[in-house]
Design a protein around this ligand. Structure first.
Ligand code: NAD
Ligand code: TYD
Length: 339
């Protein structure tokens, strides 16, 4: 039996990972630690909260005392760190909390790993640490060797954390792995990110804000495939290694919005071009050769097969959506789209 700490498990990807792991490995134990920020929601964990192999702990990864006493009590084998401030636009509005959670929180977790000992610390990172690719070079992709070149306070904080994780491996021999995934979509995604935001607004027939000219490209992966990739890295990945995760599903933003509108039978006239995001990355595109060849990972979904069920999930979970939308959500929406 292995004991896992999953941080940020009340958020989008961490929540999906908790569901996946708790159900796939009933003989193992999973402790989810989450600070329940605006992006964290206990309802996401409702389907697994009463399972005998699951425990939820309300705490902040920056809180050294709380983190250390949990490690002492639980004696974790594996730590998977999803906890983060994750929205680029919020990092433009207020960078500070990104540095605190994403960098110092990571350090706190790794200090606890050093003190109490673990089999593996896994850092959930992002393709955004590589900066962006030009729109007119479709032959270029991010590999694990692509230099770090960040654009936003968010990506700079994630890249800083990655460097710190590599430093703890080299200096203190901490057993670590890092995964860098492309944009995710799927169930339980907070509707400040493009896909759930567009679904929500299209259903309500509200204007859909598209930054700039909508030509920016993202490489979309269903969250289920991100979860299976991390599971594989934990079981088969090599200490000290970085793994890129992506499924070659590049779409520009107008294609994504158009596809959702079509699926929902809503008019394209809802599209509203708004002022571009500051420092807006042009194109992300992952080369996942390493994880496919070395670990045998294959995604289950393409964008075409994943987007329909994601729209359907949003349509059938209006309760989840209405419960997570706090006054803070309305404040941010108002501030970000005042343009
Ligand atoms: P999210 O914003 O939906 O969830 C983040 C979770 O972390 C929330 O439950 C929140 O309450 C929790 N949290 C925030 N600060 C905390 C703190 N100080 N202590 C404890 N918990 C805290 O984010 P997400 O989209 O699920 O992303 C999860 C991870 O995956 C992040 O590290 C992100 O950088 C990375 N990632 C995201 C994407 C994507 O497309 N969303 C792609 C690649 C990588
Ligand atoms: P987002 O979901 O915020 O992910 P990221 O910026 O981390 O890639 O945005 C995805 C793309 O959609 C990005 O190019 C910005 C764009 N976008 C809009 O055009 N309008 C919006 O309202 C949002 C939230 C994003």
């Amino acid at each position: 039996m292995a004991n896992y700490l999953i941080t940020g498990g009340a958020g989008f990807i961490g929540g999906n990972f908790c569901h996946y792991m708790v159900n796939t490995y009933p003989e193992d134990r999973f402790v989810c630690l989450d600070a329940l920020t605006y992006a964290g929601n206990l309802e996401t964990l409702e389907p697994i909260k009463d399972k005998p192999n699951f425990r939820f702990v309300h705490a902040n990864i920056c809180d050294r005392e709380a983190v250390f006493s949990l490690f002492e009590e639980e004696k974790f084998d594996y730590v998977v760190n999803f906890a983060a401030e994750s929205h680029v636009d919020r990092s433009i509005e207020n960078p500070r909390i990104f540095l605190e959670t994403n960098i110092l929180g990571t350090q706190t977790l790794m200090d606890a790993c050093r003190k109490f000992g673990i089999k593996r610390y896994h850092q959930v990172s992002t393709d955004e640490v590589y900066g962006d690719l030009p729109l007119d070079r479709p032959d270029l992709f991010f590999t694990e060797e692509t230099p770090i070149r960040t654009s936003s306070p968010y990506s700079a904080s994630k890249a800083s954390a990655d460097l710190l994780v590599l430093a703890y491996h080299r200096t203190f021999s901490l057993p670590i792995t890092i995964s860098r995934c492309s944009n995710n979509y799927g169930p339980y995604q907070f509707p400040e990110k493009l896909i759930p935001l567009v679904i929500k607004r299209a259903v309500a027939e509200e204007p859909i804000p598209v930054y700039g000219n909508g030509a920016n490209v993202r490489d979309w992966l269903h969250v289920y495939d991100h979860c299976t990739a991390i599971d594989l890295i934990l079981r088969k990945g090599k200490d000290g290694e970085i793994y890129n995760i992506g499924g070659h599903n590049e779409r520009n933003n107008l294609e994504v919005v158009g596809r959702i509108l079509k699926e929902l039978h809503k008019p394209e006239s809802l599209i509203t071009f708004v002022r571009d995001r500051a420092g807006h990355d042009l194109r992300y595109a992952m080369d996942p050769t390493k994880i496919m060849k070395e670990l045998g990972w294959q995604p289950k979904y393409t964008f075409e097969t994943g987007i329909g069920p994601t729209i359907e999930w949003n349509l059938t979970h209006s309760d989840w959506l209405s419960h997570i939308l706090s006054g803070e959500y309305l404040r941010f929406m108002d501030a970000n789209y005042k343009r």
